[in-house]
Design a protein around this ligand. Sequence first.
Ligand SMILES: [Zn+2]
Length: 854
Amino acid sequence: MTSDAALTEAETFYLNDYTPFGFEVDSVELTFRLAPSATRVLSKIRFTPKPGATDLRFFLHGEKLKLISAKIDGTDATPDLTAEGLTCEVPETSFLWEAEVEIDPAGNTALEGLYMSGGMYCTQCEAEGFRKITYYPDRPDVMSIFTVRIEGDEEVLLSNGNPVSQSQGLAEWHDPWPKPAYLFALVAGDLVNHPDTFTTQSGKEVELNIWVRPGDEDKCAFGMEALKKSMTWDEEAYGREYDLDIFNIVAVDDFNMGAMENKGLNIFNSSCVLASPETSTDANFERIEAIIAHEYFHNWTGNRITCRDWFQLCLKEGLTVFRDAQFTSDMRSASVKRISDVIDLRARQFPEDQGPLSHPVRPEEFQEINNFYTATIYEKGAEIIGMLKRLVGDAAYRKAVDLYFDRHDGQACTIEDWLQVFEDSTGRDLAQFKRWYSQAGTPRLKVAESYEDGSYTLTFEQSTAATPGQPQKDPRVIPIALGLLNGNGDEVQPTTVLEMTEAKQSFTFDGLASKPVPSILREFSAPVILERATSSAERTFLLAHDSDLFNRWEAGNTLAREARIDMVLEGAAPDAAYLEALQKLVRDDSLDPAFRALVLQPPSQSDIAQTLYERGVTPDPQKIYDAAETLAQTLAQQLADSLPRLYAETTVEGAYSPDAASAGKRALNARVLTLLTRLDGGEQAARQYASADNMTQQYAALSWLLQAENGAAQSHAFFEQWRGDRLVMDKWFALQVALATPEKAAAVAKDLTRHELFTLKNPNRFRAVMGALAGNHAGFHHASGAGYQLLADNLIVLDSLNPQTTARMCTAFQTWKRYDADRQALIKMQLQRIKSTTGLSRDTNEMVSRILDA
Ligand SMILES: [Zn+2]
């Protein structure tokens, strides 16, 4: 009996249809007899009908399983099988369900459920992968105690919870904490570990391990330190202690996501845990620290308290992203972290929120939940937590979250539960605030000002454009952090939070000696688009004087964007005031180098395209590219005298350390080097490449050499040096495409897809090439359409292997309505070609259909 029929009819699931499962799952015992192409999974599950349950239909999810046998209370059962699962007649009282199924981990290229990667077994069950392991009520609100027995020849056999027994070829694990099936994990392989221990605040000793393939042992130390820092931080910041005797992390090469928070057994994409100075950049180190923290923090926000259904995904993700951002802010620079997060939000979430894939932070319907692991649910979800904290204050936030842990530990919850603890502990009515969860789209905030007799009034007007399925929007609660400066740059009104609740609302400040300069949305206090007619002089003033570092950066960023837009639209010369302000700031040694590096980082070309589109102008990718080149060249020439000195001053001497201060200095050094390369054709970059003893400097030097089209020798040397290192090779693949000129990008990417080290089966490698192509704005959108065609060609092939990664990569097309009719026609043709592919997955079909419906 095999049930692997293709899922053809796309069913839509609705939040409003939620009904609880009719049975308690009292306990789960699983036995795995591992074999690459024929693993047997034996399950013994005790079910008890819930008193008063409305739906007592016994349905277990199951996909691509070969059912060998099924029993109820020891007697053979004859369930009805479909492609999605089984139904069966069951007793009216507690009963034992036993099933044996066979699965094929070696043939599992979708990387969901149990699969093999580099000879090891591993799992990915979130969101709905467990149903590919055995028949089970695979929904997050079904929580149970799992005991797992693994039989296999591998040296290391791991599952969730605490080890019960270990012997040659056999291991048994017991997880005392009830959990949903999506948190189940199993790993088996000939792995080596990097061990350590951690003593919790109550004095309990926890065994820690990072498990890797032999040869990667020397890349675990940084991840381990990050884990211990995270454990300490969660105790101090949230009072949350770890709750098992052991915490295992495993690095896996083939993985669809970044990492997964399975209880006590986190599984990581190796790119998100393995680090060494020779092979990882500063950005890699920072990301690894953040992701280890993120997955660890899920132990409380996600695992101990989980989601009732997948519509509530932001309950665990928004909160946990917010928590990991707090952690990074505490470990590094809070302002630099905030600026980086906003750059990311605008690059990924804003276009999503304003395009065909726009959806509420808590969606109300989906076809394939894998398509909702989005920037909106994660990053905008985190912004909502930040706004809530700002509105209620730090102490009230902590009190409410404590209540959340007290009240809901061990439960599967909803956004309503989350907001209720804030209402109960603060007395605040959050009904209007809740619109942030239910309404899609990015609000635009218009600002007008007036000044008379010492009285200054700001009038804000909010509006949100229609999004798919939501033509009308109601006003939201918008916390606007605001400060006022006088003409000397002194602060006459320190940061205060204005609480906007109306569609149009005014706030007045009295007793001012002169008309102030407002600093609006400090720390980017709400994820909105600020629309304010103001002068280049005022932005220059804020860039020089604002006490809020975020808004200082914002002033510089806006200046850069406007200068670029003037260049694109009017062929104007680069704004002199901006260039002058930038020079001053770059040389200001009192400012954090990491901050100066961010100010020097130009807005992305996609960002310029989006801004033009929002202003009703069809963006021309080639013109935007040319303007970026001209501005960078002009800036390099203006700074010519100071660049060699700045380069020398920001060069970090001595042994490499990934700490925030050194990394910030290197970030500024890299920005200086890119400008220098525009003047010297790559001489300094070539010297840096030759002498670099760490990846950050080697990578920066190679990048700018490639950009100057003068790095062929170094690129070849880099390949020869690192061809044996999978993660460094991903960088090599990506760099060549990312830095190719618009005319060459698609051809370079196409050549790389024919390279001996290119494979569709490894999501990292696929993303390295195709992600870089999609990220090369002028190259991907080249008028020839070659970029679109190459991506579509590859998506069509990948879909038959790995629907999840294919569907996610379709987002490269989500902004297609921005562009001219010719480009739209070219993209539409590719989208239709993908959609008409025979046997297209549900994942990709849903994504392409939504994008086409725009
Ligand atoms: Zn997460």
